[in-house]
Design a protein. Structure first.
Length: 465
């Protein structure tokens, strides 16, 4: 093998080298092969291309470690990072991408309006507020004005005030659970009905039918309040079907005394049965864990506002009875606008960057919602023959007070409305000369005060967060 044949092309030595290359390489042969193969370095543009591909995910990162986690999730190996991108490791490449891609923080996707109102439910509630008046229409020929009417009015005012306070307390308990709210209603509603009936006893005198009517009215208002708090409006509508049927046939048929008293009594029994069914279902729900019992004084201003609102509506009813019907039906749209105000205020908060800008937008939202509520009442007042100014001022007073209550500011509207009701009521009781103008003047003074409170309290962004 040491002779000349070893150096000749195609000889034995050449064949031996070919066999070595074809077989398992040794360390020395590995080094020799590396010297013979062309060396491949990293591509200078590879990092730029990777940054462009991942820009939408690298841009929102707040630290290179987030980019490193992204690269690891993409499946990049250490060899690939060294050979293709020319970096010593994962964190080195992540830092390069973090520096190369500008920071971007996209806006979160728009969410659904949490205060979107239920239009059908709001309209239905407005109708339900007015439907009990059909009972008075059916039984009107059986009544005599005087002390009997005063007994019903007194019982109604007490029921209204009690119902407002009880409704607030029950809604506070709803935050804990339906079972807790039902227990509050089960205790408070019968107590309120008994209190309202007891207040009517001195004015009813020895008249058993008047006292029975006051008791029936108090029981209905208590039961209907329970159904409304538990959001069982359709059940209440079904219970009032006898009243609707009786009032519908009055233009063509004169019912007797039995029908005039039987239909309201049937509606009352159906309402009580529906209330019992709703309470039984709510009490069957699992009890919530924890939850502090709300204090009674928290609901006091809501009850006082209910009393003041009842007096104001009563004084308006003495002037224009049909105005009360219009006002009662409008309570449904009023609730709808309360939800719209909250939704529009949240939108205004997102669209402004300064407190002054939000105050300006909040003022526009308040003015727009208030006008949207009172302006449709203007043609309704003309259709019913009611005086427009007192009706619109009273409606504005009630809606603005309800708006403040919806945000937990209960004492300012209670005090302002109580002052207006006390002044207008005193003028009416004493038969002073300005008796016909006392109500619009009192409401005209209450509206600016309530609007000022609303702007002061609700013009702050913190109230809407």
């Amino acid at each position: 093998m040491s002779g000349p044949m070893a150096l000749e092309p195609g000889g034995t030595e050449q064949d031996t080298l070919a066999l070595r290359l074809a077989g398992p390489p040794t360390r020395r042969d590995d080094h020799t092969l590396a010297l013979r193969l062309p060396r491949r370095g990293p591509d200078p543009e590879a990092v730029s291309r990777l940054a462009a591909d991942l820009a939408d995910r690298v841009g929102p990162a707040v630290h290179p470690y987030e980019v490193a986690a992204l690269l690891e999730a993409e499946g990049l190996t250490a060899d690939e990072i060294r050979q293709r991108y020319g970096h010593t490791g994962l964190f080195s490449l992540a830092a390069a991408l973090y520096e190369q891609v500008p920071r971007t923080f996209p806006e979160p996707p728009p969410t659904a309006d949490p205060w979107r109102p239920d239009t059908v439910r709001s309209l239905l509630r407005g109708v339900l507020f007015a439907l009990p008046g059909l009972a008075y229409l059916l039984t009107a020929p059986l009544w005599h004005p005087g002390r009997h009417t005063a007994a019903l009015i007194t019982a109604g005012l007490v029921s209204w005030a009690w119902g407002q306070g009880l409704g607030h307390r029950a809604h506070l308990r709803l935050a804990t659970g339906r079972r807790e709210a039902a227990r509050t209603l089960l205790t408070g509603a019968p107590l309120g009905a008994a209190l309202a009936t007891a207040c009517a006893v001195p004015l009813a005198g020895a008249s058993g039918p008047v006292l029975a009517a006051a008791a029936a009215q108090s029981l209905y208002l208590a039961a209907a309040g329970v159904l409304l708090v538990l959001a069982r409006e359709r059940l209440l509508l079904a219970a009032l079907t006898p009243l609707i049927a009786g009032a519908a046939v009055l233009p063509w048929w004169e019912p007797g005394t039995a029908v005039r008293t039987g239909l309201p009594l049937l509606a009352l029994l159906a309402t009580l049965a529906g209330t019992g069914h709703a309470l039984r279902g709510a009490l069957a729900t699992p009890a919530a864990a924890g939850g502090a019992r709300p204090r009674l004084r928290w609901s006091l201003p809501y009850g006082l506002f209910g009393l003041a609102a009842g007096v104001l509506v009563l004084l308006e009813g003495r002037r224009d009875p049909y105005a009360v019907i219009v006002l009662t039906v409008s309570m449904g749209p009023a609730e709808w606008l309360l939800y719209r105000y909250r939704g529009l205020s949240v939108a205004a908060l997102r669209a402004t960057a300064t407190p002054a800008g939000f105050l300006l937008r909040s003022t526009a939202v308040l003015g727009g919602c208030l006008l949207a509520y009172v302006l449709p009442l203007l043609p309704a007042a003309h259709l019913t023959g009611a005086a427009p100014a007192p009706l619109l001022l009273l409606a504005a007073t009630l809606w603005t007070a309800l708006l403040l209550q919806a945000f937990g500011a209960a004492w300012p509207p209670a005090v302002i409305c109580l002052a207006a009701a006390a002044t207008a009521g005193a003028v009416a009781l004493l038969h002073l000369p300005p008796g016909r103008t006392a109500l619009p003047l009192c409401c005209g003074a209450a509206v600016p005060a309530l609007v000022a409170c609303a702007l002061r309290l609700l013009g702050r962004p913190a109230r809407h967060v």
